[in-house]
Design a binder for this molecule. Sequence first.
Ligand code: ADP
Ligand code: MG
Length: 293
Amino acid sequence: ATPMSVMVSTGRGAHAGVLVKDAKALEGFARIDTLIVDKTGTLTEGKPTLGDVIADKGFDEGWVLAVAAALERGSAHPIAAAIERGAQQRGARSLEVADFHSVTGKGVTGTVAGQAAALGNVALMESLGIAVPQRYLDLMSSAANSARTSILLAQDGKLIGLVTVSDPIKTTARAAVGELQRLGIEVIMATGDARGPADAVGKAVGIDRVEAAMTPEAKHRLVEDLKAKGRKVAMAGDGVNDSPALAAADVGIAMGTGADVAIESAGITLMQGDLSAIVRARHLSEATLSNIK
Ligand code: ADP
Ligand code: MG
């Protein structure tokens, strides 16, 4: 690549909300045939809001929300912000938390009111040996039908309730996915979220292949497996949990609205986190490639 063609192209790209780290990333993007996209913060706004608060027998909703909010105080996850904001708006009491731990891709744990407490997904409860009764699975699947994610709350070794959060889909996501598919790129969703809400979002934006309940390592492995099959793979994500996959992809694409570590791992950054800029980046990379040849 001549420095000139790269400079011109990156300049134009920045103008269109696309920031390119180096020539390699831009050239590489023209050859991509597969794009893996994270859900939360990439296809969705990444700013979920609190929905239902459900308490099990013998507990009240105010308590469930108060314990949940206390556990989330130390977490930087968007779900934590939704629960804390919701608790504040609904006047939940403020509780102390000790021994706080964050479990990436699963949830949070701590001690609240002198008892061990945990808040997160089924995988978190499984890892702690806490049973998830059928009535919880039923509540989770009905929430999933409207693209809401259920967050389970356990105290003293058993589930005491759940809260739901919903995260609106970005207005540009469906059109961008459709345009990329028309350009011959297979779009795959990879998310840490559960199967139910993941499928609901996939359906809404037109993605057929949805990989749910993915750990950061599983996202990374998916990239490596597709590359091993000869695919040219781009990965778009916004989170700390996406950065191993971003770094492993032929081209990593970060959201400018996302975590710094994701941006550092990526070759291309979409400044406004707007997916339609991916389509512009593709056209730009094709133009750059024909300049260089
Ligand atoms: P994504 O890939 O969609 O960005 P993550 O890998 O960050 O999602 O999280 C996967 C799942 O783990 C979430 O959908 C949620 O169920 C659970 N989780 C992660 N962090 C938290 C948290 N701070 N509080 C509650 N649940 C969490
Ligand atoms: Mg994300």
